[in-house]
Design a protein around this ligand. Structure first.
Ligand code: ARG
Length: 584
């Protein structure tokens, strides 16, 4: 990778070894952005302390041995011992040029690929997906794309809620209304189905109608759990009906989840008994009040009582936690995960922590590292949990529809034919919703605000899509295309330099995103590209300048820089799951 920070770090490290010996090979060179140069190495200060010398002397010693020929145009020691490093224009241009037409934009495939199951999306069968599911889906999808791009082996695990006690009442309800009606509801409006089942159950419990529905529902749960074939068949059909609904949303959202990625709660059903027995035999789980529980050190609730992780209820039923224990064990031992990423709500942090600790204590985790990528709540513009104007929970399908409609209005007067207009509106509307989710830290609460996310200015999806579309229009104006570029990038102006230098940081931005499961880091980087482009356009005419057409020897290198910026924006937005329309 041509990330200047990494390249300079390696050179400074080599100089340190040269000056002080191999025992200093792993010294952090402390490369930071600099006010006076491109970057500065601050290592002399901590190193001098260790050596018992003066920081300035250490800095001088490092600089004397620093080999930056062809890489830096200036190296200077300043202040108490900072080493200011200015990159050579030729080096920046030379690194950027081969990235122009490269489908990987200069970002190599990692030489240390990891196996990474990613637990995300996870809607529930026979229930509506909500904005929380939207956020984990969009964040998880972006992470998967970026990690795959770097060459990691990503295993998507859509941990759908497809098992448990509610399925007794859901199956009984389905039998009563018939498959056809059930399918119609589950595919479009699953909450109607769910709530009707729940209402019947509750009424029957209170003796207020629907006869023995509750008793039948309970019996049905037992049949389901004991593997009764007829019951399993109905259950499977119900899951299939819900899949149609999930897939419709996924298609609309343009995310990479497919049926093959479904790994719902039911998948672990056969493993739950063994998980409980194992934990019991190891003395990690104990019977408390009839329930099998795990008590972990440091988890003390109110009144000083230890908080249990309940893994088998007193009626013998397993719960959400048991499934997660089995799932983590499976991911560690069967999938051989290096890292398991959970893209799940922040409120589930304690639950997950207890699951990790239990699996670790049982010796099932091995070298697998679980990582909770916590997702913050989505709020309405009133600062409360997002609802429709009438106070009902928002339906995701409607929300996405509205986004596309609003996007269509924004581009209404551009004179496109209906088909092109619809295509752009789709990309812009969905892109806006996704980018709004991705551009804020995933664990912060975020306010869902259509007006802000669809705006063509500011840190929005449409703004970045527009930045890319604008480059394409420059190529059309020049009678050229990004693919036709064959000039090297040349730096003649500070604005060109700033843009080219920023473009070299693409790989580092992707890695930062993968490391912390933080799509907002890549989003911020891409916003920086758009920003640098603005400075470039202001100062560096590409096709036509104030004094007429730009001569070919200036135009062609600038077109090369434009092509690289476009490649970076399109590839980067692609990793976030956002498509860029040809025109906007
Ligand atoms: N289905 C759950 C919900 O809708 C989320 C499951 C998250 N994944 C997990 N492994 N616990 O809230």
């Amino acid at each position: 990778m041509s990330d200047p920070q990494l390249v300079l770090a390696a050179r400074v490290q080599a100089a340190i070894v040269d000056a002080y010996g191999v025992e200093y090979a792993h010294t952090d060179p402390v490369i930071r952005p600099s006010q006076f140069a491109d970057l500065q190495a601050n290592v002399a200060l901590p190193l001098a302390k260790k050596l018992g010398e003066r920081p300035r002397d250490v800095a001088d010693e490092i600089v004397k041995r620093l080999d930056v020929a062809g890489l830096c145009s200036a190296v200077e020691v300043s202040g108490p011992g900072f080493i200011n490093l200015t990159l050579a224009d030729e080096w920046i241009a030379g690194q950027a040029t081969p990235m122009v037409g490269d489908p990987r934009v200069g970002v190599p495939v990692t030489d240390r690929p990891q196996v990474v199951p990613v637990d995300y999306s996870a809607p529930n069968v026979a229930k509506e997906m909500h904005v929380g599911h939207l956020r984990t889906t969009v964040v998880g999808d972006a992470f998967c794309r970026a990690a795959e791009f770097r060459g990691h082996h990503v295993i998507r695990q859509n941990h759908i809620g497809d098992w448990g006690t509610p399925f007794g009442m859901l199956i009984e309800h389905l039998l009563e209304i018939g498959e056809e009606e059930a399918a119609a509801e589950l595919r479009t409006d699953p909450n109607v189905f769910y709530q009707a089942a729940r209402a019947k159950f509750d009424a029957s419990e209170k003796g207020e109608g629907h006869g023995d529905f509750a008793t039948r529902a309970r019996r049905r749960v037992v049949l389901l759990q004991s593997g009764d074939q007829a019951t399993l068949t109905i259950w499977r059909r119900m899951v299939d009906m819900s899949k149609v609904y999930f897939n419709k949303i996924y298609a609309e959202l343009d995310v990479t989840l497919a049926d093959a990625d479904l790994a719902g709660e039911s998948k672990y059903n056969d493993m739950l008994g063994a998980v409980c027995d194992d934990l019991y035999e190891q003395g990690i789980a104990v019977v408390d009040d009839g329930a099998l529980c795990v008590f972990l050190e440091g988890h003390i609730g109110r009144e000083g009582k230890p908080v249990p992780l309940i893994i088998r209820k007193s009626d013998g039923g397993y719960g959400y936690a048991t499934t997660d224990l089995a799932a983590l064990r499976y991911r560690a031992q069967t999938l051989h995960a290096d890292r398991v990423v959970y893209v799940i709500g922040v409120p589930q942090a304690l639950h997950l922590k207890m699951v990790y600790e239990t699996v670790e204590k049982a010796g099932w985790l091995g070298r697998t590292q679980p990582f909770h990528a916590g997702i913050g709540n989505v709020l309405g513009t009133d600062g409360k949990i997002l609802r429709t104007r009438s106070g009902k929970p928002i339906k995701l399908a409607q929300l996405l529809e509205e986004a596309v409609e609003r996007a269509a209005k924004v581009i209404e007067d551009r004179g496109y034919d209906a088909a092109t207009q619809a295509e752009i509106a789709q990309a812009v509307g969905i892109g806006a919703v996704k980018y709004a989710d991705l551009s804020v830290a995933r664990d912060s609460e975020y306010v869902f605000d259509f007006d802000r996310m669809i705006a063509l200015t500011g840190n929005t999806g449409p703004y970045l899509q527009y930045a890319a579309a604008r480059i394409r229009s420059i190529f059309r104006l020049a009678g050229s295309s990004p693919e036709a570029v064959d000039s090297p990038i040349v730096i003649t102006h500070p604005a060109e330099r700033a843009l080219a230098l920023h473009l070299l940081g693409f790989g580092a931005a992707i890695d930062a995103m993968i490391e912390d499961v933080a799509p907002h880091k890549l989003a911020a980087y891409l916003y920086g590209v758009a920003d640098a482009l603005t400075g470039f356009y202001e100062n560096c005419p590409v096709v036509k300048g104030p004094d007429g057409p730009v001569p070919a020897e200036v135009r062609e290198p600038r077109l090369a820089l434009c092509a690289l910026a476009l490649n970076t924006l399109v590839t980067g937005l692609g990793l976030l799951g956002i498509t860029v329309p040809e025109r906007m």
